[in-house]
Design a protein around this ligand. Structure first.
Ligand code: 5GP
Ligand code: MG
Length: 179
């Protein structure tokens, strides 16, 4: 695999995003809804750069089942906090086609937050099928399958401190659908 973003570059991007988020919300409390599991590492780094009161709520959404091709999208929201009348910021790892963020936004909008915005670590260029742009984007990357810094391939590589693009030799054809 080849490194796309080093640990240092990732930290700088998260730092800049935290500044932009602070600019928008100031001292107002923010409820973060993090999309598990890919947003885990990004979430941990981002929230430690934010000084306003933060509540953290988790949602699970997945369209990748053990491989690199998207499957059916599912959302699990039974770990959600009450977000009615709250300023809500969705935090996700990557905006690829946009289907996940769009579906999560629709799901949360029904819960009547005071405001709803989104922050993604990565934006994959040229893959969007949904007309939606995340409010905060740390990095734009080419259309490659990436792992590390929370992102997985068949549930592995999430713990890499850097972001890497998988090369054909790294890919094992997914033969079984995993839950
Ligand atoms: P979308 O619904 O925007 O097509 O895809 C978003 C979700 O797919 C992300 O939250 C992420 O979980 C997963 N995803 C998209 N591209 C990649 C990638 O390059 N690597 C990994 N590991 N996951 C990806
Ligand atoms: Mg995801």
């Amino acid at each position: 695999m080849k490194t796309l973003l080093t640990e240092k570059e990732l930290q700088a991007g998260v730092h800049d995003m935290a500044a932009a988020i602070t600019q928008r919300y100031g001292d107002r409390p923010v409820t973060i809804v993090a999309v598990m599991t890919g947003a885990l590492v990004f979430l941990a780094d981002l929230i430690r750069q934010l000084k306003m009161p933060i509540r953290i709520s988790l949602i699970q959404a997945s369209s990748y089942r053990g491989g690199t091709e998207p499957g059916a999208l599912w959302i699990r929201d039974d770990m959600m906090l009450d977000i009615e009348d709250r300023d809500v910021l969705i935090v996700d790892d990557i905006f690829d086609t946009g289907r996940t963020l769009h579906a999560v936004s629709e799901c949360l909008a029904k819960m009547q937050p005071a405001s709803l915005a989104s922050a993604v670590l990565l934006h994959k260029e040229g893959c969007q099928v949904i007309e939606m742009t995340p409010d905060f984007i740390a990095f734009s990357i080419p259309d490659e399958f990436v792992v590390g810094y929370g992102l997985d391939y068949r549930d592995l590589y999430r713990n890499l401190p850097f972001l890497a693009a998988l090369e054909p030799a790294d890919l094992i054809e997914a033969t079984t659908v995993q839950e």
